[in-house]
Design a protein around this ligand. Structure first.
Ligand SMILES: CC(C)(COP(=O)(O)OP(=O)(O)OC[C@H]1O[C@@H](n2cnc3c(N)ncnc32)[C@H](O)[C@@H]1OP(=O)(O)O)[C@@H](O)C(=O)NCCC(=O)NCCSC(=O)CCC(=O)c1ccccc1C(=O)O
Length: 277
């Protein structure tokens, strides 16, 4: 695990295509900036998010990190299903890999609290991202859900196991099996959100919480985060297995039918696939 030793002053803003990265006062704000695609992520987005979290990790000015999406409609709509329907993958990536699992791991490993400011829909891989954040603040119009079984995908790692730990087994199964969105109030009552605020209060409140974290002892926060993580660390093994399984599944006709149906704006027809074995 990398350790942050004092280095020369780092950049406050960095050029990215799919995200925005800014350091303000004692916190970094990372914004998924693909509103035309409902802030869904492609491989490049994931590469850039990993880089942004790594920058925040090594920057001694940064005591906490806010993750949000641009606009009012979407926090993150998960994987870019249209891209997947078109090319069978999530598009070109710097390292030739779709590194979603590494993104999950860096959100957990960065030894600074991560606050998700959920400004709209958090669905599929987007719901996994907010679930993994240390603290979630939701706008009152935010909605949360999983979508994999509708579009031919699943996250059998943190996306299911850690979600179950956060909201409970029955609720996690309900979310994954039925793929229905829940509103912000329900998310709060299920423990998926720490608090719900009006939309125009979302970023001010997230920044207020970040400022409060900036006053706390950083080493104590670091050990606490690592301590909270330790108890669910065995799920990392499941995550590695899950991603290998998903890699195989993503090339299957069933998965292709899910993504294609979404891109073609029709209901998927999974009737020809045999789930009995
Ligand atoms: C988000 C919706 C509920 C919003 O519904 P609505 O308000 O009615 O708006 P729409 O008209 O549906 O959408 C507006 C506009 O945005 C486009 N869009 C929405 N979502 C996506 C998306 N995910 N990818 C690409 N484009 C998207 C939509 O097509 C519209 O475009 P127009 O051009 O205006 O027509 C609803 O849109 C919805 O349900 N979206 C799909 C959500 C979804 O299925 N997400 C993916 C789930 S699977 C996933 O995230 C896997 C992620 C992942 O990569 C992963 C994670 C962890 C482990 C492994 C993996 C993996 O490899 O798969």
């Amino acid at each position: 695990m990398p350790t942050a030793t004092p280095t020369t002053q780092q950049a406050t803003t960095t050029d990215f295509d799919d995200i925005l990265y800014e350091v303000e006062e004692t916190y970094a704000v990372i914004t998924i900036n693909r509103p035309e695609a409902f802030n869904s992520f492609r491989s490049q987005t994931v590469d850039e998010l990993i880089e942004a979290f790594t920058l925040a990790w090594g920057d001694n000015r940064v005591r906490s990190i806010i993750l949000t999406g641009s606009g009012q409609k979407s926090f993150c709509a998960g994987g870019d299903v249209k891209q997947k329907a078109e090319t069978g993958d999530y598009g070109p990536s710097r390292y030739g890999m779709f590194r979603i699992s590494e993104l999950h791991k860096v959100i957990r490993s960065v030894p600074k609290p991560v606050i998700s400011a959920v400004n709209g829909v958090a669905i599929g891989g987007g719901n996994v991202l907010t679930t993994l954040c240390d603290i979630t603040i939701a706008a009152s119009h935010a909605r949360f859900g999983q979508a994999g079984p509708k579009v031919g995908s699943f996250d059998a790692g943190y996306g299911s196991a850690f979600l179950a730990r956060v909201i409970g087994e029955k609720r996690a199964r309900e979310m994954w099996y039925f793929c229905e969105l829940i509103d912000a109030q329900k998310a709060e009552s299920w423990g998926l959100a720490n608090e719900v605020v009006d939309a125009d209060e979302l970023m001010p409140r997230a920044k207020e919480r970040a400022r409060a974290l900036g006053l706390k002892a950083p080493t104590a926060l670091r050990f606490l985060k690592q301590s909270f993580n330790a108890d669910s660390e065995m799920q990392t093994g499941f995550t590695n297995l899950a991603m290998s399984a998903l890699d195989l599944y993503a090339h299957s006709p069933e998965s292709h039918e899910g993504a294609t149906a979404f891109a073609e704006k029709r209901d998927p027809d999974f009737s020809r696939f045999d789930g009995a074995y």
